[in-house]
Design a protein around this ligand. Sequence first.
Ligand code: GTP
Ligand code: MG
Length: 616
Amino acid sequence: MNPVPLVAVAGNPNAGKSALFNALTGARQKVGNYPGVTVERHVGKTVLPDGSPVELVDLPGAYGLDPTSLDEAVTRDVLIGRQAGERLPSALLIVVDASNLDNHLRFALQLIDLGLPTVVALNMIDMARRDGLELDAARLEELLGVPVVETVAVRRRGLDDVLSRLGELLAQPRKIRSGDGPPPDSLALQRRAREIATAAVVSEAPVRRITHQLDGVLLHPVAGPLILTVILFLMFQAVFSWSAVPADALEAGTMAAGEAIGNALPDGWLRSLVIDGLFAGVGAVVVFLPQILILFLFILVLESTGYMVRAAFIMDRLMSHAGLSGRAFIPLLSSFACAVPGIMATRTIDNEKDRLTTILVAPLMTCSARLPVYTLVIAAFIPAARIGPGIGLQGLVLFGLYVAGIIGALLAALVLRRTAVSGGGGAFMMELPKYQMPRLSDVGIGLWQRATIFLKRAGTIILATTVILWALASFPQAGTGQKQSEVSIAGKIGDAIHTVVAPIGFNKDISMALLPAMAAREVAVAAIGTVYALDAEDEAGLQTLEERLAGRWSLATALAFLAWFVFAPQCISTIAITRRETNGWRWPLFMVTYLFVLAYAAAGATYWTAVSFGLG
Ligand SMILES: Nc1nc2c(ncn2[C@@H]2O[C@H](COP(=O)(O)OP(=O)(O)OP(=O)(O)O)[C@@H](O)[C@H]2O)c(=O)[nH]1
Ligand SMILES: [Mg+2]
C-alpha cells in the first residue's frame, strides 16, 4: 500500500500557517500574532475531496531556505527530504499573507523553485480587503505557475478549495520541475517578488501604493545605494551646520559660568578643580550635546519612517561580500550609538561564527562617544570652507571618518572570515514595513533618552575620570618657570606613553589623554581640556579649547589623532561586554590587540603622509 501522502505547510512567520493547519486538520496548534510561534514540526491528518487521506505537517515559519537559524534549518531539511526520520513531502502548501505579498513571495518563490507540487494559500485576504487592497488570485496563479487559493484561515474560508487543488496535484503523476540555474541573490529575488506582487494588485489604498512606488526607487540596485550615501552625507553636514548656533551658545554659556564661579571662589585647589576639572574638562564634553542630538534626530527619523530597514537591505549585499550576516546590520547600526548595546544585540544572530565576527568588528562603527573628539579636532583644524553648494569641508571630513570606520569593519570582517573566524555565514531576509510619517512622539522619546544617557555619562564616568586626571595633573605643583604638565604625576605617565606614540606624531598632551580616555572616549576631550587649562594659568585671556588646540598641534598630528580614534579600542566597557558575551578573555584580548595594531598603523600612516605633504 502506498504511504499516505505528506503535505508540508510552509511560509513566512506569522502568515497564518498554524491557523490554516488547525482549520484543515482540526488540530489545536498554538497560534499567535507574532513571528516564531511554531518552532517545531507538528503533524495532523485530513481527507481530500476524493476520500483519500493526507497527512499535513505544520512547519516553523522561515524567511528563506538558507539556514541561519535552527528553526529555518528544520524547515529546509524537511523540504528537501534531508531531515532524518522524515520522508520527502509529496506536496507543498505555501501560506502567504495577502497584505504582505512582496515580502512573503520572496520565500514562496524559493519554495516553488524546489519543484514539488505546490498550492499557494493567499491567506488573510480579509485583512487585505480591510486595508484597501484588492488582489487578483487568477493573475497571481498565472505568474507563479502554481494554483493560488484565497483563504481566511481563522474563518475557515477557502479550505475546500485548498483541498481540491491539492487533490488534483496529488492525483497527477509527479512532474519533475527542476529548479534551473543557481539560486538568485536576495536582491534579484526581492525584485521578482515585488514585480509579481505589483502585477497581482487590482487596486490598493494610497498608502500601500506609495510604499511600492518608493521602494521601486529606494531599493533600486543603482539608485538605492546612491540615495543612501546622499542621506548619510547630508546627516553629517547637518551635524556641523545645524549645531553651530546652539553649540556656540552652550560654549559661551559654560565659559561665562566658569568665569563667574571662578571669580567667586578663592584661589586654591578647589577653584582649580571647578575651573580646570569641571568647566574646562567635563564642560568641554557637554557642549557637544547639540551635535549628538542632531545625529540621533536623523537616525530616529530614518527608523521611524521605515527607511532604516531598507538601508539594511541595501547594505546586505555589501555585508555578505565581507562575510557578515545580514542580521549583523541592526547590531552594527546600534553600535553607532554605542558598541555595548550593539554587541548585546548580536544575540539575535544564531550562527556562532557570524556572531563572533560581528562582535569583533562592532567597535569599528563610529559610536557617539567619538563624536565630541571628532568634531572638536575637525572644528579646530579643518577650515569651515564651502567646497560646493551646501557642502562644507568639515562635514565631509566627518562623513569620511564614519566611512573609514565602516570600510575598516568590512575589511576586518573579510580578513577575520578567512583566518580567525572562518565558516558559517547565511543570507538575510527581513520584513519591509510600510513607510509612514515619522512619529513625533517616537522621535521625541528617542532624543530624550539619548540626551539623558549622554548627560549621565558626563555626570558619572566622565566626571570621575576627569577629577582623577585633574588630581594627577595638579600634583605635585609646578614651581616658577615650570610647566604643570611637565612636573605632575600625569605628566610623568604621559612621558612614558609618549615614547611609544611619538613615532606616530602624538604629542605629550595626547599621550596624557589616551589612558583616561579608556574609561570613555569623550574623556579624551575632557582630559585635554583640563591639562591645557592647568597649563594656561599664566596665559592671558580665556580661550576656547578649540583655539588652544589650533595653537599647539600641527595639522599632521591632528589628522593622526583622528585616524587613531577610528580604530583604537579606547573603551573599557566594550572590552568588558565582549568578555561577557564571548565567555572568556580570548576574544576580547584578540580584539584589543588587532584594533590597537590597526590604530597605530593608521595613525602612523596618516601622520607620515601628512608630514611628507609638508603639513608637519
Ligand atoms: N484576520 C485573519 N487573521 C488570521 C488569518 N490567518 C491567521 N490569522 C491570525 O494571524 C496570526 C498568526 O497566525 P499563525 O497561524 O500563528 O501564524 P504562523 O504562520 O503559524 O506563524 P509562526 O508559527 O510564527 O510561523 C494569528 O493571530 C492568527 O489568528 C486570516 O486568514 N485572517
Ligand atoms: Mg505557526
